[in-house]
Design a protein around this ligand. Sequence first.
Ligand SMILES: *[C@@H]1O[C@H](CO)[C@@H](O)[C@H](O)[C@H]1NC(C)=O
Ligand SMILES: *[C@@H]1O[C@H](CO)[C@@H](O)[C@H](O)[C@H]1NC(C)=O
Length: 306
Amino acid sequence: MLLLALLALLVAGGAFLASKHPASVKLRNRLAILRTSRNRIDGANSLIQRVQKDPSTPAALTKEEVIRTFATESWQSQAYSDWASIHLDTERIFPCIYATKGFKSDEHLFVFLDSDDLGDSRHIQAIASGLMHYLPRARALGPNTSLVVLTKYNNNTRTVEEYNVLFWKLLDGLARLDKVAWPADIPKDIDTERWAFSFNGEHVFAAVQTPAHQQRLSRHANSLTVAFQPKWVFDLLFSTDAKRESAKTKVRRLLSKYDTIPVSPLLANYGDEGTREFQQYFLMDENVPAPCPFKRLAADVDPSKA
Ligand SMILES: *[C@@H]1O[C@H](CO)[C@@H](O)[C@H](O)[C@H]1NC(C)=O
Ligand SMILES: *[C@@H]1O[C@H](CO)[C@@H](O)[C@H](O)[C@H]1NC(C)=O
């Protein structure tokens, strides 16, 4: 309100303000300060709304856009620097070296959510928009690309179990918003060997990090984080058996140093006998499979998806 009043004054008293009168200089400075802090708060809070209203604002941001858009003290900037510092730590090497490589070579896009409630329809919409923006561009971004969803720090941390349920609400909500048919070669029953999350007609992997993880530190983050990778990222990485073995050995060796719990026995190649892709998205903090609350995604909404 104060800002609006001052702005009205600015319009009405243009001539006065244009003068060199000390009072007008003071008022101008005050307005500039107010405008700056106000812009920062707005910039920090309304990105998602702007993304939805203004088609020219990308639904997912490059590293450079993140740095340009958010003031250092904003929660977005905080979440981003936490994420960056985990991936760039040279003493404790983050096990997914491909994510780090992709980050360094600017292959990731970022989406920001103002809470860790992944079941919130606003957030599901923002991630759906982010994926629709990201997936068609992913190949051009590079072979180690990800869409990274960062959330506002929450002092009231939920439990690992609660985060798992919210994550599945997110996947179910995304399936409801998906405009493209589920890929014909991927079954719809989740608890099967060849099921995989798909969006926009593409097989997409997801990995969740939560503040509640205390042992599996590779799945820990100060604020909830979800990273999506198109399946072809892994296909390139694992294009020969030798490459697959070498990549897996490297990551496993790093995981066993990084985590205070043995590497999850659930990590496996997509489609291998007896494995479940869905169990790898959200790893619990113990070596037990996370429960999935759905048999199929969006089953009751779109008969073509059921
Ligand atoms: C992807 O990441 C891996 C692991 O760091 C690296 O060896 C590879 O060169 C990267 N690909 C490109 C094209 O940068
Ligand atoms: C989180 O909670 C603690 C203790 O209740 C408080 O001291 C701290 O300021 C809070 N931090 C944030 C970011 O809200």
